[in-house]
Write a protein that binds this ligand. Structure first.
Ligand code: AHR
Length: 660
């Protein structure tokens, strides 16, 4: 070949490749209908970390309401004549307080609760105060109950008040609704014995907003539960996470302690109170007020399949390195019974099983339709397999339809992961739970993670994932964009991935131990992060079936960082008769894409186009600007089923296409 010809060819090929940098072809083929999208594909994972339960989703505003914290008055200021007793009416929470005359008419006896980083009161909202009380010597005693703003040093601290009259020697529950007259985010609750009253005993001092999620008395904070419902999650994994395992076996989560009357659910420690020396919360415990009944009920109300996680008899392996810390294999039966009884609690016949009867007594005679149970959280090694085996055998024998979720350990790859996957196959787990808290680079390279997974083995549960990016913030836009890139791969591989859940879910701005998190809040406000929006876009637009999706003659994300930074997935929704195409552009430049919809939709297409982008990759929503970064939707029409679109740099776009 002459030098001139070679030069011409080089020029031509370089101009062609320059052209191909920004001009891509994405062909989706709705006629090639693929795997059904599992209803569980996009879900949520709840753990009591970052004050997610007490101080968060659980509506209780009083901390240490039963005086069972090891420091029995933690969270309380006491004044006057206040004594602690331990022969109360609830055997698992035996402590209570006795208020008596202080010896001086102007010296009050009472106590004040500081709540969780204060108590949030909203002006004009109603709150339900309740207390178990008695007058030990008989007669009556009057309590002055006040909502206060203790930080109002120069004015009247009281923002609402009422009297509660306690009568008689028997323990009784007293309940009263009080309306707040001011909005205060760090208020307190004061209970003072009125002058000339008899001595009074008080136990389980509680305060809830009346307007809880679905109005339940032992209910959940409405804005937070609503943020979960808005995701329309297909699955709800609870109650952890590491707290399932416990720092030692004695402190593992025991679901049986979390059901029955709330007054008699024993306190458990919360390992997140001491896990990080630089984020130390000595007042962090688990009241179990938000227990397994409440979790199951919430699942039902938000349409999510419950996925409880139970202890496999291994205390947290990060914190315990010797076999002595764990339950010996031959002594696992009580742990296995806990799983069998849990299945009965959820699904059993109240006439035949005492746990099912308890469910009915708690107000839910119908079964909760439990289909999955996860055994162990982030366990690893042969010891996990040896512990898991007897659980699998007994659950399979008694409940062959329950799907068992095993784990691939704490890492997304590496020796433990490589060991555990084949073991999960051998043991016959239905799903394997994979966890990944990883940087941007990992997410960029993992858009094709599931393309070559074995289709015959257990399904995948991407049970804890979050991009821990290097942006200035934590829940910044770019991290969410990386998660979107990853989720396109989850969606395209919905035949092998059955569930995916971001982690952690909740965080109190004053009480977090771990970030990023999906939903943040203080005592009165909350906001949804960009990661919440991404999860919501996938979850609310998951369609019914995967359809073929080819980007420049390849499966999308065929390259290491997508193709030219592009990631894509497509589904059909047979119910709404729409084709939904999701595209993530992680590139710094905008990209032009010729979108071909092969068959199914003919000419004249109407489209709902959703775009999620940010003026800054470090941008994030905050309590003060909760809606700074939200997806924007427009309508468009296209004359044919082949049209060119422009995808902004660093953005997520979604086309929902229908016949006009
Ligand atoms: O989500 C926070 C923690 O991360 C979970 O408790 C645990 O499973 C993982 O290590």
């Amino acid at each position: 070949m002459s030098m001139k010809k070679l030069l011409c060819l080089m020029l031509l090929s370089s101009s062609l490749s320059a052209f191909s940098v920004n001009e891509h072809v994405l062909t989706v083929s709705p006629k090639k209908i693929g795997a059904p999208i599992p209803s569980t594909l996009y879900g949520i994972f709840f753990e009591d970390i970052n004050f997610a339960a007490d101080g968060g989703l659980y509506g209780e505003l009083v901390k240490n309401r039963s005086f069972e914290f090891p420091d029995h008055f933690m969270g309380w200021n006491i004044f006057g004549n206040v004594k602690l007793n331990s022969d109360g009416p609830f055997d698992k929470n035996p402590h209570y307080v006795r208020l008596g005359y202080s010896g001086h008419n102007d010296k009050h006896s009472g106590l004040e609760n500081e709540g969780y980083f204060g108590i949030g009161y909203n002006k004009n909202n109603l709150y339900r105060f309740s207390v178990w009380a008695r007058v030990p010597e008989g007669g009556s005693a009057t309590l002055h109950v006040m909502f206060c703003d203790p930080n109002n040093r120069n004015g009247n601290q009281q923002i609402a008040e009422t009297d509660v009259v306690v009568e008689g020697k028997e323990w009784k529950k007293y309940s009263v609704e009080i309306r707040a007259t001011r909005t205060v985010d760090k208020g307190s609750l004061r209970v003072v014995l009125r002058k000339e009253s008899n001595v009074v005993d008080l136990e389980h001092i509680s305060l809830f907003p009346v307007d809880t999620w679905k109005g339940h008395e032992n209910g959940m904070r409405k804005d937070l539960a609503q943020a979960l419902a808005d995701l329309h999650p297909g699955v709800f994994r609870f109650p952890g996470g590491c707290i399932v395992e416990g720092t030692d076996l004695a402190t593992r989560y025991q679901w049986k302690n979390s059901v029955g009357p709330v007054e008699n659910r024993p306190l458990n420690e919360n390992r997140w109170h001491y896990t990080f020396e630089n984020r130390f919360f000595p007042d962090y415990f688990q009241s179990y007020g938000l227990g397994f009944f409440e979790y199951f009920q919430l699942c039902e109300e938000i349409g999510a399949s419950p996925l409880p996680v139970v202890s496999v008899g291994l205390a947290c392996q990060f914190q315990n390195h010797s076999e002595e810390a764990h339950q010996p294999i031959g002594e696992l039966q009580p742990y296995i019974d806990d799983v069998l009884d849990l299945i009965e609690f959820a699904n059993g016949n109240p006439d035949k099983n005492r746990w099912a009867k308890l469910r009915a007594d708690m107000g839910h005679p119908a079964p909760f339709n439990l289909k999955y149970v996860a055994i162990g959280n982030e366990q690893w090694g042969q010891t996990y397999i040896d512990h898991l085996k007897p659980f699998v055998e007994q659950v399979r024998k008694k409940y062959p339809n329950i799907k068992i979720v095993g784990t691939a350990g704490p890492n997304s790859e590496g020796a433990d992961f490589e060991f555990l996957w084949p073991e999960m196959r051998k043991i016959g787990a239905d799903l394997v739970d994979e966890h990944f808290y990883r940087p941007e680079s990992w997410f960029l390279q993992s858009g094709n993670r599931y393309d070559n997974y074995d289709r015959k083995g257990p399904k995948v549960f991407a049970g804890e994932y979050a991009c821990h990016g290097k942006g200035k913030g934590w829940n910044h836009f770019e991290a969410a964009l990386m998660e979107a890139a990853f989720l396109t791969g989850v969606e395209r591989n919905a035949d092998v991935v059955e569930m995916a859940t971001y982690a952690p879910l909740f965080a109190h701005v004053d009480g977090w131990q771990w970030r990023p998190d999906m939903i943040w809040y203080d005592n009165l406000r909350s906001y949804k992060t960009c990661s919440w929006w991404i999860q919501s876009l996938f979850s609310n637009n998951k369609g019914t079936n995967v359809i073929s999706c080819i980007l420049d003659n390849n499966k999308p994300a065929a390259g290491n960082n997508g193709q030219d930074g592009l990631f894509a997935s497509s589904v059909i929704d047979k119910v709404t008769k729409s084709v939904i195409v999701k595209i993530v552009n992680t590139n710094d430049s905008k990209q032009t894409i010729k979108l071909n919809v092969n068959g199914y939709l003919k000419n004249k297409i109407k489209a709902v186009v959703t775009t999620f982008q940010s003026d800054s990759l470090d941008g994030e929503n905050t309590l003060d600007e909760p809606n700074k970064y939200v997806p924007v939707t427009t309508q468009q029409e296209f004359p044919s089923n082949s049209f060119t679109i422009s995808v902004p740099a660093k953005s997520f776009v979604m086309y929902e296409l229908k016949q006009q």
